[in-house]
Design a binder for this molecule. Structure first.
Ligand code: SF4
Length: 248
């Protein structure tokens, strides 16, 4: 992926150099590089959703005690909470941190737990974006499970990028659904139970529906709304209170 003219006029950042070095690397090599460069200041963020088992299994092979941040928004499916427990135990992941919204934010902005019915951006902000911001304060870099084949803004996803002063590694950026399925089959990884019910992408229960044949992977997220991401992956503007953007 070419860099713009402004980037070409200065020395590349570490993130840009790593992206150039790793853009065709196997996801496990990308994970190893992330650990090698950022060691104790690296976390992985996982939704324990439909495709999460692949990256989590790779992590179990590289550094099973790496901090894994799991955002429990308070609106997750019960099946996701069960899957998070079972998968962590099966893979031997010992660094999982369950992150929840602040009680004060819920009490003042969403006391009835129905904010998702009237303002999904505000709901995502207090239940996802702000909790993740707080959880990531102590880290210089983090690992996400995003892939280009999910479409939308993710079509231009780099393997290594930088936003809001932190480096983000996206080891699965290049992988296709076929490669993910083959890896899961090879390692006999358990599927999220809702996948068999037609959910190829799984978030909070109020904002996730099954998809029809031929629809995009993320078509069931915020269905019927002009919203495709929750707010996590768009770099914040200078002076903004928080970042706004996408799913983990
Ligand atoms: Fe709220 Fe829906 Fe966002 Fe979950 S996905 S935080 S329920 S708006």
């Amino acid at each position: 992926m070419a860099y713009d003219n402004a980037s070409a006029a200065r020395a590349p950042t570490l993130a840009e150099r790593l992206d150039a070095e790793l853009r065709d690397a196997h996801p496990i090599e990308i994970l190893k590089a992330a650990v090698a460069h950022y060691g104790g200041s690296l976390a992985l963020v996982s939704s324990f959703g439909a495709e999460s088992a692949v990256l989590l299994h790779m992590l179990s092979q590289v550094k099973p005690d790496l901090p894994v941040i799991f955002l429990d928004t308070g609106h997750l499916f019960g099946q996701t909470l069960d899957y998070r427990r079972q998968l962590a135990e099966r893979l031997g992941l010992t660094g999982i941190r369950d992150i929840r919204p602040l009680y004060q934010d819920l009490a003042t902005e969403d006391p009835q737990a129905k904010l998702w019915q009237t303002d999904t951006d505000a709901c995502c902000r207090i239940r996802k974006v702000l909790p993740l911001d707080r959880a990531l304060v102590e880290f210089d870099a983090w690992v996400t499970g995003r892939k280009r084949f999910h479409g939308g803004d993710r079509l231009r996803l780099r393997v290594v990028e930088e936003a809001d002063g932190k480096v983000k590694f996206n080891p699965l950026a290049n992988w296709t659904k076929t490669e993910l399925d083959a890896y899961a089959a090879e390692h006999d990884l358990p599927a999220h139970p809702l996948v068999a019910q037609g959910f190829p992408s799984i978030g909070c229960w109020p904002c996730t529906q099954p998809v029809e044949d031929g629809e995009d992977v993320r078509a069931g997220r915020w269905k019927g709304l002009d919203k495709t991401e929750c707010g996590i992956h768009v770099a914040r503007a200078p002076g903004a209170v928080t970042n706004m953007g996408g799913d983990i």
